[in-house]
Ligand binder design. Structure first.
Ligand SMILES: NC(=O)c1ccc[n+]([C@@H]2O[C@H](COP(=O)([O-])OP(=O)(O)OC[C@H]3O[C@@H](n4cnc5c(N)ncnc54)[C@H](OP(=O)(O)O)[C@@H]3O)[C@@H](O)[C@H]2O)c1
Length: 253
C-alpha cells in the first residue's frame, strides 16, 4: 500500500529516541522530509545524521517544547527550511514521574506543548491541507494501571479531548487531527526498560495481561501514526487509535 507520503514535509517533536524517533524513521522511509526537535542536541544530531545517511532531508533543532515561543519559532523555521509542512506529530511528554512539579511540567509539555504546536502549525497546514497526530496513552482511558490519581493520565486525557475538538474545528479548514494512544512500549533507555530492570513483577504482569503476549515496540506506534498522517486516511478525522495489543479491555465504540 502506498501511503502517498512521498515528498511530504513532516515535523516530529521529541524525535531523538523511542517512539518519536521511530515515527521519524518511518516517515523518512515513506519519503518525507523531516523537521525534528528534542532538548538534547547530541542525541538529536545522532538521530538526524542517521536519517540523512539513509537519504532523508532533515532539519533538526534542539528545542524545549515547554518554551512555547521557541516552539512556535521552530515550527516557522521548519516550514521555511522544508518549503512548507504537511504533517505535524506532537510526541513529547513530561512523563509519568510522580514528583511535586509533575502537574505543571505535564501541563507545559503534554497539553500546552500540543496546544501551542497546533496554533503555530495551523497556518502552514491550512496551505497544504495537512494533518496533525497527537500522541496520547492508554492511561488516559484506563485507570487499571497506574491506579492512583496522577498528572500523566489526567493531562493525557486532556490531550485526547483537545485533539478531538480540534478535529471538528480545523476539519472545515482542510486540516485533520487524530490521536494515537500507545499501551506499554519497550525500547532500551525507555520507561519500560527501567520497569523491567527494577520492577520485574510489574513488567511480567503487563505481558501476562497482553492478549497478543508481548509488549509494544516503537515501530508498532510509528506505523499507526504514519497511516493517520497520510493522505490515505483522508476521511479519518477526530479518531483515537489505541495501539496496545488489546491490553485495555474497554469496548471502543
Ligand atoms: N513508552 C511508552 O511505553 C509509552 C506508552 C504510552 C504513551 N507514550 C507516549 O509516547 C510519547 C513518546 O514516549 P517515549 O517513551 O518514546 O518518550 P521518551 O523516552 O520520554 O522520549 C521522548 C523524546 O522527547 C524528547 N523530549 C522530552 N521532553 C522534551 C521537551 N520538553 N522538549 C522537547 N523534547 C523533549 C526526548 O529528548 P530530550 O530528553 O533530549 O529532550 C526524546 O527525544 C510520549 O507522549 C509518551 O507519553 C509512551
Amino acid at each position: 500500500m502506498d501511503l502517498q507520503l512521498r515528498g511530504k514535509r513532516a515535523l516530529v517533536t521529541g524525535a531523538s529516541r523511542g517512539i518519536g524517533r521511530a515515527i521519524a524513521e518511518t516517515l523518512a522511509e515513506e519519503g518525507c522530509a523531516l523537521a525534528l526537535c528534542a532538548r538534547g542536541a547530541a542525541d538529536l544530531e545522532t538521530a538526524a545524521s542517521q536519517l540523512r545517511a539513509r537519504g532523508a532531508r532533515v532539519h533538526a533543532e534542539p528545542v524545549d517544547v515547554t518554551d512555547h515561543a521557541a516552539l512556535a519559532a521552530f515550527v516557522d523555521r521548519s516550514a521555511a527550511e522544508l518549503g512548507g509542512l504537511d504533517v505535524v506529530v506532537s510526541n513529547v511528554s513530561a512523563g509519568a514521574a510522580k514528583d511535586a512539579d509533575q502537574w505543571q511540567r505535564g501541563l507545559d509539555a503534554d497539553v500546552l506543548g500540543l496546544v501551542r504546536l497546533t496554533e503555530a502549525a495551523v497556518p502552514h497546514l491550512e496551505r497544504s491541507r495537512g494533518s496533525i497526530v497527537s500522541i496520547g496513552t492508554t492511561n488516559a482511558v484506563d485507570n487499571a494501571w497506574p491506579s492512583a490519581p496522577n498528572a500523566y493520565s489526567s493531562l493525557k486525557a486532556a490531550v485526547v479531548h483537545y485533539a478531538s475538538a480540534q478535529a471538528h474545528a480545523l476539519g472545515p479548514r482542510g486540516i485533520r487531527v487524530n490521536t494515537v494512544s500507545p499501551g506499554p512500549v519497550f525500547f532500551e533507555g525507555g520507561a519500560w526498560a527501567t520497569i523491567k530492570e527494577h520492577r520485574r513483577e510489574a513488567y511480567d504482569d503487563m505481558i501476562a495481561r497482553s492478549p497478543v503476549g508481548r509488549i509494544g515496540t516503537p515501530q508498532d506506534v510509528a506505523a499507526a501514526v504514519a497511516f493517520l498522517a497520510s493522505p490515505l486516511s483522508g476521511y479519518t478525522n477526530g479518531a483515537h487509535l489505541v495501539v496496545d495489543g488489546g491490553i485495555t479491555s474497554r469496548v471502543q465504540l
